[in-house]
Design a protein around this ligand. Structure first.
Ligand SMILES: Cc1cc2nc3c(=O)[nH]c(=O)nc-3n(C[C@H](O)[C@H](O)[C@H](O)COP(=O)(O)OP(=O)(O)OC[C@H]3O[C@@H](n4cnc5c(N)ncnc54)[C@H](O)[C@@H]3O)c2cc1C
Length: 409
């Protein structure tokens, strides 16, 4: 089969586009594959599990689309090709093929995705990837835990007694102490603070990320549109001469004149006409403060990126404050690889730095954490995610050339 990759298209100096969805569900679930330890991920040239990938515009290499197949997500179909492209009709997944389709050529792109800018010459459509409601999922998991005997304490961990390198108890803000010999830390963006309590040094940092819910009252994005990502950089947001001069004069607004990387995401949300707009260009490290504060120009930046992808959205330019901007922190490592496993204090384990992978990877991380904590058999990729990897000088050297955005949507 011909090797297709988004980078090939971008390198030819043309506009490329990827359609993808947030919550990628493999065609065979871990359950049907058997226990996690029977799964063998693809490997890099040096033998690590291959978790990486780059969007075009962020590096010379890109994700060969055939990799989907190697992850068990189904075949790649190229169009024009022997089989016709099957469009999706909203959330119905029955009767929709799995794997992915790549549509090459403007006429095909215009025929199936007419809302997208006419300069787009290719689309990759990842199929049957689905989406999930994070709050309902979390609620369900808590209910299941309680049903299976867990006791939930709503409190804040403010200290850990690990005198002599061994865990003794956890201190709570309510004043209670929980005596325990086992602690699993899953503090998300609270991880740097918890690591400080333990006096453990791991390279975890926070990025601030926002999204905006916007009333697409003109119906720019069809309700049946998939979660859509524009992968080309946007070099000019189309500011007026007066805006340019104003932004250039103020160091706090100069960033608005910089080129923006590819990766603007759009998806219909809710039952009426709203869309989510997300653009994960923020990469500066932030301290944790709650609630987070977002740049007042963010909504307008998102709308202008939206207009680059879907020209009819240009009608919304100037209405950035009409959207609802919300968000939080990504917890990450410099190589954008999660941390799961034991810490150097006897009895203390961690899962975290998942924000480049999201809730999509958190279940597998939780399963791995449980295997570590219960002395279960560990999968082949356990070592690559273990906090102990940072003690390896060879790994440390390799890290220097890795990208904190590698593999991130
Ligand atoms: C704007 C935004 C959009 C995102 N979109 C997606 C998406 O579309 N799809 C996706 O898969 N992922 C998405 N993510 C990423 C996803 O939210 C994270 O990867 C995921 O929540 C990480 O899970 P976690 O369990 O490690 O941390 P969290 O979900 O953050 O959970 C950590 C929990 O620990 C608690 N905690 C912290 N410190 C303490 C303490 N000292 N004591 C007690 N409790 C504490 C926190 O209150 C929190 O409840 C998004 C993130 C952001 C910020």
């Amino acid at each position: 089969m011909r090797q297709s990759s988004v980078a090939v298209l971008a390198a030819a100096g043309v506009v490329s586009l990827v359609f993808a969805v947030q919550a990628q569900v493999p065609a065979t679930s871990p359950g049907s594959r058997g226990a996690a330890h029977t799964y063998r991920p693809p490997r890099t040239a040096w033998g690590d599990p291959d978790l990486e990938g780059r969007w075009p515009g962020t590096g010379a290499s890109a994700i060969p689309l055939q990799r989907l197949e190697s992850f068990g997500a189904g075949p790649l179909r190229e169009h024009p090709g022997p089989a016709a492209y099957t469009a999706s009709n909203g959330i119905e997944w029955r009767g929709i093929p799995d794997g992915a389709d790549i549509l090459v050529g403007r006429p095909l792109v215009r025929e199936h995705f007419p809302f997208v800018h006419e300069s787009a010459i290719a689309v990759s459509h990842v199929r049957r990837a689905g989406w999930m409601d994070a709050l309902r999922l979390g609620r369900w998991m808590l209910d299941e835990a309680v049903r299976n005997g867990a006791r939930i304490l709503r409190d804040q961990v403010i200290g850990v007694d690990s005198n002599g390198g061994r865990l003794r108890s956890v201190r709570l803000a309510s004043g209670n102490d929980v005596a325990t010999a086992r602690l699993g830390i899953a503090a998300g963006p609270g991880l740097p603070a918890v690591l400080r309590m333990l006096d453990v040094d791991l390279p975890v940092f926070l990025e601030l990320h926002a999204k905006m819910r916007f009333d697409d009252h003109l119906g720019v994005v069809p309700r049946s549109a998939p979660f859509t990502i524009w992968t080309d950089p946007v070099t000019d947001l189309g500011w007026s001469t007066e805006e340019r001069a104003r932004f250039a004069a103020d160091p706090a607004t100069r960033w608005l004149l910089e080129p923006f990387p590819g990766g603007l995401h759009v998806r219909p949300v809710g039952d009426e006409r709203d869309v989510w707009l997300i653009w994960t260009f923020e990469s500066a490290a932030h301290e944790y403060t709650w609630p987070p504060v977002f740049d007042p120009n963010l909504g307008e930046v998102l709308l202008r990126g939206f207009a680059r992808m879907a020209p009819r959205a240009a009608a919304y330019i100037g209405q950035g404050r009409r959207g609802f901007v919300d968000g939080g922190y990504y917890a990450k490592t410099p190589e954008n690889r999660p941390i799961v496993g034991p810490l150097p204090i006897d009895g203390v384990f961690v899962t975290g730095a998942l924000s480049g992978y999201g809730i999509m990877a958190s279940h597998a991380a939780g399963e791995l954490l449980a295997a570590h904590m219960t002395g279960g058999s560990l999968p082949s990729y356990a070592e690559a995610l273990s906090p102990a990897r940072y003690a390896d000088p060879v790994y440390q050297r390799r890290l220097e050339t890795w990208d904190a955005k590698a593999g991130q949507l």
